[in-house]
Every structure is written in C-alpha cells, then in structure tokens.
Design a protein around this ligand. Structure first.
Ligand code: NAD
Length: 495
C-alpha cells in the first residue's frame, strides 16, 4: 500500500507508525493509498521547524521572494497535466474540472509574484515640524492552512501563495481524503528555490487540527470547509488569541428573470449545478424561476441532463465524476428521496439510469416545486442535485435568498441592466454573478461569503490575503534639525 508522506523541512517525511487514514479511488471505491494522520507530537515538531525557518525567510528580500514565486508559477504550468492527474485520481473530478481548478489556483501564484508592490506601506511627511509617520507590513510568524477535499490544489493555493510571499512560514493541513497534490506542489516550491522549512505539509484529522489551534507558535489560521467545522475553528482559534479566517458552506441561488436568455440560463444551470458533481462551494444549488420562466427553463434543463456523461474522472470523455465517498453519495441520494416525501416533484432522479458498477457515482437530479422548510432546500447538499423554486416576483426571489442562512455566491440571469444593478444592491450575499453562474473573483480581488458562509471578517486571497497575513507597524519619527549638528554642513535653520 502506497503511503503518502508529509513534507517537512524540505523533504518527504514518513508518517509515524500507528495512525493512518485510507485514500480511496472514488471511481472504483477501492483504497489506493494510505495517509498518515499526524499526532500532536508530529505536528509540534513540524511547527518547530517552521518557527526556526521564519527569521531567515522573513529577512529574504522582496525580489528573492518574488523570483521564487515566478519560478514556482512556471513549474506549476509545466507540470499542469500531472497536477490535474493527481487531483483527478484522488478527488474523482474529470480532467477538465481538475485543469480548471488549477488554472484558478495559478491566478493566486501570479498575484503573489507582485509581492514587492503588495508589501508597500504608507508615508506622511511633516505631520508636525520635523516629524514623519510611515507604516509597513510585516509577517506574523508561523501561519497554518486547513483545507477541504473539494479543491485539493486551488484552496491551498488561495492560502499559501500570499502566506509565504508576505514572509511567513507555513503549515498546510490538507484534506486527508485527497492529500497527494499538496506534497507534489511542495516539491515544486523546493525546486523553485524556496528554503527548507518555509512550507510544510502535515497530513491529519481533528487531532492535528487541534494541535494547530492550541499551539502558541501558530499566529494565524486560514480555514475553508463545512460550516460546523468553520465555526469550531474560528471559536477555538480566536479564543487562543490567533487570527482566524474561516470560510464555511454554501447554498447558492440563481435567479432567472422572465426576460432571461433561456438557453444561456439552462446551460449555466447544468454546468454550475452538476460540474464537479456539485461538490463546489460556489455550485448553483437552487434555481429561482421568476414569473412564467419556470416551465420553459425546466424543459431546457431536463433536455440537457441526459447528454451529461457520468463516469471515472480518468476518462476525458466524461463530464461528471463520482462523489468523494460512498457515505457522502448515500447522503446526497437521501435528499432526493426526502424531497419527494416532503412534496417536491422529482423531475430527474439521479439514483436512476445507468451508472458505473463500482465507485461513488450518482446521476444529476432536478427537483421542482421545492420550498423553504424542505431539507432539500434548507441544507447544503454538496452533490449533483438542482432544485427549482417558483416565485411570482423579483422581490420574492430576493427575500428568499436573503432569508437563507448561507450567503456565499448568487447569480441573476436577465437582459435588464437596471434589474441586475438593483439585485447587486439588494442581495445579502458575498459574491454576485450577472449572467455568470459561478462568480469566483479573480485572484486580484478577494473571495468570501456572508452570513453562515464565513466566520470573522477576513476574506481569502488577493488584497484581503495580504492584509490577513501581515501586521501593520506604524513608525513616528523625528530627526534632530541638521542645522544644530556639531558638524556644520551648511544647513539653514528651518525649525
Ligand atoms: P470539512 O469541514 O469536513 O473538512 C475541512 C477540513 O477540516 C479538512 O482538512 C478536515 O480534515 C478538517 N476537519 C474535519 N472535521 C474536523 C473536526 N471535527 N475538527 C477539526 N478539523 C476537522 O469539509 P470537506 O467535506 O472537506 O469540504 C466540503 C465543505 O467545504 C463544504 O461544506 C463546502 O461548502 C465547503 N467549502 C467552502 C468553500 C468556501 O470558500 N466557502 C470552498 C470549498 C469548500
């Protein structure tokens, strides 16, 4: 059985004997590797390495840091196919989704290459006679990232690119379900010239997460995952005096107004609802059909669903892969049964139709006449299940979305610019798409939802990432008047 190593101090580290977790191939249901689940002692040892690496890395020049990140970017691009393969075999997503994830992650490397500009401070001359004030950004120390299974390369890249570019040293605790790709990226960072100990990957579960949250030498924690765990990470980390950014789950609505382009909206519903098997925190989960748009829209979506090819991510003809585990597949399937029992209309049932015999597959589902109060609406399902809610007016659509506990992403489909502008003003959601179903901001903006989709106020990556990983230090300085110097250099008296 292949054992996935940790990456500590610039080298692979074989996990201590005794505690391993399985890494499955979701397309077959068979275990393909094992990953060490670090003990508190193993995590403490890695944190000590990162702490020791901090003073030298902090002192490295901005141009050196930038140069390493530029080289890392080139290596990631050169190894694109291998990275996508590693994502695909452990996560199960199809190659196009894996390549798409990586492309979005590369944006974060590119943003961090500009670190000399991002680290600029401010300067106010002559705030008082002979007195200047200026501010600078300085790194925090050892920071940690804890990431979910659904974007095993992109979400770590959201964090560690800015984390190390700002001069911190980093401990990444990736999802134990698909951990290999982070070790591969760590090797590329070393090849790019990153000093040993600056970036470390320690695999694990709750034990290693708690070791991070309780360790006095961890200055900040970045987390992306489900809402209950995000809440726990935020509460525990901040109680221990750490900076914490914690992004949670989602339930994203796509409003379709009666004037929308039906084909465009139907294509978007299918790609955003079923892409990556719906295991995306920005997936569209609910289509809110306003007025008489519901019937033609549902017809158009239903016509597209049978054309979606479901199968192993390793085969490039497939458009939708398996879910991450058998347990998760069964949970997602239970929402389809539950929806029918609660009075919704199951138009396409993903439990039916042909599916590969082995692996954690489910076909796409489309459910009409969904209402608040039904579990299929209230919960985050995180699978290929698209609900439709019918409302009479724009106002009802907005109230529905604003009343939902989650506020990660949303979209509106319309030809009316005024309506779209009103929507972006009214809606209580962090990321809004206008005729764009998955509005993940580019790497030079920042990512974050509202309400139960985030704990704390620190968004991820882009300018917010630079802020999160740095302290501001403000200096007030006064120099003696040079005309009073014991050495007469000919300065006139000015003060
Ligand atoms: P998860 O919360 O189960 O796990 C996330 C991380 O937390 C993993 O590294 C895991 O090892 C760790 N963890 C799990 N249980 C823990 C516990 N009890 N104590 C401490 N640590 C624990 O999430 P997941 O299933 O890997 O990912 C899917 C979830 O992530 C979905 O809810 C999805 O919406 C969310 N997500 C959100 C965003 C976002 O940007 N808001 C992005 C991607 C995924």
């Amino acid at each position: 059985m292949r054992t996935i190593p940790h990456w500590i101090n610039g080298q692979e580290v074989v996990p201590a004997a005794g505690n391993f977790g399985p890494v499955f191939d979701p397309s077959t249901g068979e275990q393909q590797a094992q990953v060490g689940l670090a003990s508190t002692a193993e995590m403490d040892a890695a944190i000590a390495i990162a702490k020791a690496a901090f003073p030298a890395w902090r002192s490295a020049s901005l141009s050196r840091k930038s140069e390493i990140l530029f080289r890392f970017r080139e290596l990631v691009v050169a190894n694109r196919d291998e990275i996508a393969r590693l994502i695909s075999i452990e996560h199960g997503k199809v190659p196009s989704d894996a390549a798409g994830e990586l492309a979005r992650g590369i944006e974060n490397i590119e943003f961090s290459c500009g670190i000399p500009t991002h680290m600029k401070g401010g300067f106010s001359e002559q705030v008082s006679g002979g007195v200047d004030v200026y501010s600078m950004k300085q790194p925090l120390g050892v920071v940690a990232g804890i990431t979910p299974f659904n974007f095993p390369a992109m979400v770590p890249l959201w964090m560690f690119t800015n984390g190390i570019a700002t001069g911190n040293t980093f401990i990444l605790k990736p999802s134990e379900k698909d951990p290999s790709v982070t070790v591969f990226m760590a090797k590329l960072l070393k090849e790019a010239g990153l000093p040993d100990g600056v970036f470390n990957v320690v695999h694990g579960d709750k034990v290693s997460v708690d070791a991070i949250l309780n360790h006095p030498d961890i200055a900040a924690v970045s987390f992306v995952g489900s809402t209950p765990i995000a809440k726990y990470i935020y509460a525990t980390g901040t109680a221990n005096g750490k900076r914490v950014q914690a992004l949670g789950g989602a339930k994203n609505h796509m409003v379709v107004l009666p004037d929308a382009d039906i084909n465009m909206a139907a294509d978007a519903s299918v790609s955003a609802g079923f892409g990556s098997a719906g295991e995306r925190c920005m997936a569209i989960s609910v289509v809110v059909a306003v007025g008489d748009v519901a019937d033609p829209l549902i017809k158009a979506i239903s016509e597209r669903i049978p054309a979606l090819k479901v199968g192993p991510g390793t085969d490039p003809v497939n458009e939708m892969g398996p879910l991450i585990t058998g347990q998760h597949r069964d949970k997602v399937a239970s929402y389809i049964a539950g929806a029918a029992a609660e009075g919704a209309t199951v138009i396409v049932d993903g439990r039916e139709g042909s599916l590969p015999e082995k692996g954690y597959f489910l076909n796409p589902s489309l459910i009409d006449h969904v209402r608040p109060g039904m579990k299929v609406y209230d919960d985050e399902i995180f699978g290929p299940v698209l609900s439709v809610i019918r409302v009479d007016t724009y106002e009802e659509a907005v109230t529905l979305i604003n009343d939902h506990q989650y506020g990660n992403g949303t979209a509106i489909f319309t030809r009316d610019g005024g309506a779209a502008r009103q929507f972006q003003f009214d809606i209580q959601v962090g990321m809004v798409g206008i005729n764009v179903p998955i509005p993940v901001p580019v790497g030079y903006y920042s990512f974050g939802g509202w309400k139960a989709s985030i704990f704390g106020d620190a968004n991820m990556y882009g300018p917010a990432g630079i802020e999160f990983y740095t302290h501001t230090k403000t200096v007030t300085s006064r120099w003696p008047d040079p005309s009073t110097s014991s050495v007469d250099l000919g300065f006139p008296q000015t003060r």
